[in-house]
Design a protein around this ligand. Structure first.
Ligand SMILES: Nc1nc2c(c(=O)[nH]1)N[C@H]1C(S)=C(S)[C@@H](COP(=O)(O)O)O[C@H]1N2
Ligand SMILES: [Mo]
Length: 275
């Protein structure tokens, strides 16, 4: 694949979280369009054509339109955000993303008062994505991969459209050229290689919820007190430095450690029912 380009961005001031080594972020992935093993995306996604890339924004907006993603990447508004990332499979990393707040992008298209949810869609291109061509390679997901947020979640300042990590543009396996990052939710909400955003009045359907509704909800807030039907979510395997044993077991935090910022979004909700 093409080499990752250096980005211009405002560096994060928060230095309390120690990032997972870059080589692990680049080689231990979930991107089922390229296969279901953790090493498949790094092996199979290198030829994904990411330039040019257009992101369409439509639905309940006064000004529907298209965003030239490379104009955004080469622009001056990017900032670094060092976030915890917790996969529903009970492993976690810390990733130094570079991106722009999702809310800042959505505002440019002027959401209407009917916009209650935001739906996202990954590129659908079976010629480039072997998992979309073959159901067994793609893990049974009905492609394209789709995700969604409630409007207030999407407008929250922690919600990020990431275009890079470790100061460089994203590698294809991490969802180049643009992907979603919602740090208080399980990783599957962080949809990769996005081509379409649609603001909606109704809750959109989402890929993992469609595949196994008893196991994956729409909200998917990280919650150590709500177990997955097949495993505990109370702790996680943090992938840090070191070789094969370069991980440590740690307690999972409510809202992945972002409760102070986001718990208020859910104050009236039963989080066991709305998992
Ligand atoms: N289009 C698409 N987006 C996706 C996935 C996927 O299979 N396809 N996997 C999700 C899951 S389960 C996780 S944990 C994160 C992994 O992101 P990373 O590989 O960059 O760490 O991407 C999410 N986004
Ligand atoms: Mo995940």
């Amino acid at each position: 694949g093409a080499p990752r380009k250096n980005l211009k961005f405002k560096k994060a001031v928060d230095a309390t979280l120690k990032s997972t080594p870059e080589n692990k972020i680049l080689t231990y992935n979930n991107f089922y369009e390229f296969g279901t093993d953790k090493t498949d995306p790094a092996e199979n996604a290198q030829d994904l054509k990411v330039e040019p890339w257009t992101l369409t924004v439509e639905g309940e907006v006064a000004k529907p339109g298209k965003l030239d993603v490379w104009e955004l990447i080469n622009g001056t508004q990017l900032e670094e955000r060092i976030y915890r990332m917790r996969c529903v499979e009970a492993w976690s990393m810390v990733i130094p993303w570079v991106g722009i707040e999702l809310g800042k992008i959505l505002k440019q298209f002027e959401p209407t008062s009917k916009a209650k949810y935001v739906a996202f869609q990954t590129l659908h291109d079976p010629e480039q994505m072997p998992g979309q061509k073959n159901r067994f390679v793609g893990g049974g997901i009905d492609y394209p991969y789709v995700e969604g947020l409630r409007m207030d979640e999407a407008m929250h300042p922690l919600s990020l459209l990431a275009v890079g990590l470790y100061g460089k543009t994203l590698a294809p396996q991490n969802g180049a050229p643009i992907r979603l990052v919602v740090p208080w939710k399980y990783g599957f909400k962080g949809i990769k290689s996005i081509v379409r955003i649609k603001l909606m009045e109704r809750m959109p359907s989402t890929s993992w919820n469609q595949l196994a509704p008893d196991e994956y909800g729409f909200y998917a807030n990280v919650n150590p007190q709500v177990d997955h039907p097949r495993w505990s979510q109370a702790s996680e395997r943090f992938i840090g430095e070191g070789g094969l044993l370069g991980f440590s077991r740690q307690a999972t935090l409510p809202f992945n450690g972002y409760g102070e910022q986001v718990a208020g979004l859910y104050s009236s909700m039963n989080l066991k029912r709305w998992f």
